[in-house]
Structures are given as structure tokens and as C-alpha cells.
Design a protein around this ligand. Structure first.
Ligand code: GAR
Length: 212
């Protein structure tokens, strides 16, 4: 569960599947004193995730827990929970982690799992959110940081930042502009949880005293 009584640094775990630029933004925010966290471990479900190379070079504890090694989602979730709790992790940040986490995982860290997603949820959940936005023809997309529940990209929304869609955008150009905002928004939103500056009422995350 997220430690919301303002104590810092909070023990943090980061889950990745690929490039890991959001992981890097979190680690840099910690190094620059913008985020009161202690990154205890970076876990990837893929052993070829490029983000692992950066994390190892940065001296972080890294681990590969492949979903392919487990017969059920529940067994996989349980292995992740053990890896995180054995390192004292209180708050888990998904950073491009492309696996659904089920009830076993979410119940182990109630209101203690965050995700960053490259659209204004509830529009365009799942993969290729930026291409989905272009295909739909929206004029504004953006970034969402939300608490994770077992439903895909559907948990209570902590923070959103809009990004205009340009007429000449491709999935690549829109993704690049959204990514810049992700790198700013995610550490800021995590710090809000660390500080206890939010509470969850139903689906709404309200700024103020914290009960998460
Ligand atoms: C980011 O754009 C992140 O928002 C997205 O994957 C990318 C990972 O990049 N996540 C999702 O789409 C989750 N549904 P990164 O590995 O460089 O952080």
C-alpha cells in the first residue's frame, strides 16, 4: 500500500516491458530531488527490454520475471508480488509494462499501483493509443496517470495533461510529443501520492488529505 503520511523516500518498484524512458524519468526525478522515492527494483517481463540495459548501468537492482514461465496469470502475479514485497516495495509504478495485472497483484498493493498511459482515458485504452487517437480523428489527446485496477487502463485518474493533435501528425510525431509530457507528468503525479496530497472517492481522485 502506498505510504501516504508524507514519509519519504517511499520504497518504489518499477515494472517495464521495453524502452523504459518513463522509468528513466522516474529515476532522474529521484536523483534530482523532485521525487521522494527509493527505487528498490526494476522488473521486466521481457529479458530483451532495452530499459534493462539502462537500469543495470545506472546501478539499479533489476530482475526479469517472464510471464512465459508461469501457467496462470495468478501465478505470475504472485511471483511479481513476492519479488516486490521481498524488497520492501510499497508503491509500484508501471512504466510501459504491457501486461494486465489481476486481482492477486492489485489486492497486494491497494491503491499502491500507478500507470502512465499515452491518451486521455477513458479514450483509447490498450495498445497503440496514439494511433487510435489519430484514426478516430480527435483534436486533443494526451497523458493519463491512473491507479491500476484489474480492468485495462480503467482505474481512478490521478492526473491528466492534454496534447493537441496536429493535422500533419503521424503516430510517431504525436507519440513523441505525448512522451515529453509523460516524462514530466508521471514523476509529478507519483510525488503527489508520496506526499499524500490526494484521496480516492469512488472513481474520483481528490486533491487534499490522503486515504490511499
Ligand atoms: C509509453 O508511451 C507509455 O505511456 C505506454 O508505453 C510507452 C512506454 O514507453 N504505455 C502504455 O501504452 C500502457 N497501456 P517507455 O518504455 O519508453 O516508458
Amino acid at each position: 500500500m502506498a505510504d501516504c503520511v508524507g514519509k519519504t523516500p517511499i520504497p518504489l518498484g518499477i515494472l517495464i516491458s521495453g524502452r523504459g524512458s518513463n522509468m528513466r524519468a522516474i529515476v532522474e526525478a529521484v536523483a534530482e530531488g523532485r521525487l521522494g522515492a527509493d527505487v528498490r527494483v526494476v522488473i521486466s517481463n521481457r529479458d530483451d527490454a532495452p530499459g534493462l540495459v539502462w537500469a543495470r548501468a545506472a546501478g539499479l537492482d533489476t530482475l526479469v520475471v517472464s510471464h512465459r514461465d508461469f501457467a496462470t496469470r495468478d501465478a505470475y502475479d504472485q511471483a511479481l508480488v513476492v519479488a516486490l514485497t521481498s524488497r520492501g516495495v510499497h508503491l509500484v509504478c508501471l512504466a510501459g509494462f504491457m501486461r494486465l495485472l489481476g486481482p492477486t497483484f492489485c489486492e497486494a498493493f491497494p491503491r499502491g499501483v500507478l500507470n502512465v498511459h499515452p491518451s486521455l482515458l477513458p479514450s483509447f485504452p490498450g495498445v497503440d493509443a496514439q494511433a487510435q487517437a489519430l484514426t478516430h480523428g480527435v483534436k486533443v489527446s494526451g497523458v493519463t496517470v491512473h491507479f491500476v485496477t484489474p480492468e485495462l487502463d480503467a482505474g481512478p485518474i490521478l492526473h491528466q495533461v492534454s496534447v493537441p493533435v496536429r493535422d500533419d501528425d503521424t503516430a510517431e510525431t504525436l507519440s513523441a510529443r505525448i512522451l515529453v509530457e509523460e516524462h514530466r507528468a508521471y514523476p509529478e503525479a507519483i510525488q503527489r501520492v508520496v506526499d499524500g496530497h490526494c484521496r480516492v472517492e469512488g472513481r474520483r481522485v481528490i486533491r487534499g488529505a490522503c486515504d490511499v
